[in-house]
Design a protein around this ligand. Structure first.
Ligand SMILES: Cc1ncc(COP(=O)(O)O)c(C=O)c1O
Length: 417
């Protein structure tokens, strides 16, 4: 690890939680440079829904490169992009009767949320955006303004754009948080500038695995329509099948004006995509650009993976089946240690266990890593152990990983009860 310690910036993060030099990775297994095997319950923070190096995508990408087809395309027309578009429209949009234009932004999630907020401001001529408590939308300045966690919001970073926060579903216990939002919108004395848009995750990932109910989402949509506020769903972490359906909001039936996708869409390759209600697509040509918008290898992988996993409902059923197994394990741990007041949280394969004790979740994650399981924590206080498996994880590896996690959890729990 010396070269990293000596030469890589102090900013490095995950390398500190998982201090080994990773080399190979296949499916839900990682191998370090000494060939030691780790089970992956982290999934690249939601980037590896189809596992590491999914076979068909890898083969297609190798062939694409071998044939010397265009790798860097900016936003030029390419065969790779055309084939991705055809597949995405046929397999994802049309079956859901969704009509959207597609914008390929720079390839990270934060590029996409920035573009969404900028476009919403432009389309409405308003400046203010509503984000929700515990939201996470990325680290560029516009997106950071909409990210709640105090740890990322130091004053010295410079001025953040016009964003106000409203309470997410459940943030105020039993109080109806939409009522609060509505009061702020409707009372002329509230001091709230009428927003261009609201931006939200339907299940907050980094913010602690907080799930918005379908009713809440429907109520929010209604409120947005009533006040002519655009609705942006950031499905960067919760999309691509993570909660079961391709989009996290499908069950609720809401129709966002803008949808942000990134992470798993490219099967591990950098790629981001903004879906735009055509009425809101007020960009002028070249107005929002970026050098790495057309990552051909990501298009190739994305096309293959959509064909493979979204031509039928099998993956969605697998998510429900595996989610039940994980939930059972976590609920078992919660019930084993009632005095810890744990809460099991999540939807689909976006799950976690919250233990309201400072440092506890980090200790569990470290104890799991000692046993060769990679898993992270989340939440503003770092209280949640987040179990993010690939949607394609094999049953035996899932079981092995859950056994390791349970052992680590029990070891730490016994010190605290
Ligand atoms: C919901 C959500 N939005 C935006 C982002 C930012 O994506 P990126 O880290 O690729 O910029 C993330 C990253 O974790 C995320 O979870």
């Amino acid at each position: 690890m010396e070269i990293f310690d000596e030469y890589e910036s102090e900013v490095r993060g995950y390398i500190r939680s998982f201090p080994t030099v990773f080399d190979k990775a296949v499916g839900s297994e990682l191998f370090d440079e000494d060939g030691k095997r780790y089970i992956d319950f982290f999934a690249g923070a939601g980037t590896l829904n189809y596992g590491h190096n999914p076979e068909r995508a890898v083969e297609a990408q190798i062939q694409y490169l071998k044939d010397r087809r265009i790798a860097h395309g900016l936003d030029k027309a390419t065969v790779a992009k055309k084939e991705f578009l055809e597949t995405f429209i046929e397999k994802i949009l049309e079956p859901r009767k969704m009509e959207y234009k597609l914008q390929f932004t720079g390839p990270t999630g934060t590029n996409c949320t920035e573009a969404a907020m900028k476009l919403a401001r432009q389309a409405t001529g308003r400046n203010n955006i509503i984000a929700f408590t515990n939201a996470y939308h990325g680290h560029t300045m516009g997106a950071l303004a909409a990210t709640g966690n105090e740890a990322y919001r130091d004053e010295s970073y410079g001025a953040r754009g016009a964003v106000n926060f409203m309470p997410f579903d459940g943030f105020l216990g039993d109080i109806d948080t939409l009522y609060v939002f509505e009061r702020y919108l409707e009372d002329k004395g509230s001091g709230l500038e009428k927003p261009a848009a609201v931006i939200l995750e339907t299940v907050q990932g980094e913010g602690g695995i907080n799930v918005a109910s379908s009713e809440w989402l429907q109520g929010l949509e209604k409120l947005c329509r009533k006040h002519e506020i655009l609705l942006i769903v950031d499905d960067i972490q919760s999309g691509n099948g993570r909660t079961g359906k391709f989009f996290s909001f499908e069950e609720s039936g809401i129709k966002p004006d803008l949808i942000c996708l990134s992470k798993s869409i490219g099967g591990g390759n950098p790629m981001a995509l903004l879906l735009i209600n055509p009425e809101v697509d007020v960009w002028s040509p070249g107005e929002h650009t970026g050098t790495f918008r057309g990552n051909s290898l990501a298009f190739v992988a994305a096309k293959v993976l959509i064909d493979q996993y979204w031509s039928d409902d099998k993956l969605s059923s697998e998510v429900s089946r595996k989610a039940a197994i994980i939930m059972d394990t976590l609920k078992g741990l919660r019930d084993e240690f009632p005095s810890l007041n744990c809460r099991v949280k999540g939807r689909g394969l976006m799950v976690g266990i919250e233990t309201p004790l400072d440092g506890f979740a980090d200790e569990v994650s470290a104890a799991a890593f000692e046993r060769m399981l990679v898993s992270e924590t989340c939440g503003a206080e770092g209280h949640v152990n987040k179990l993010f498996v690939a949607l394609t994880i094999e049953d035996d590896i899932l079981k092995e990983g859950l056994d390791i996690f349970s052992e680590a959890f029990r070891e730490v729990a016994r010190k605290h009860v």
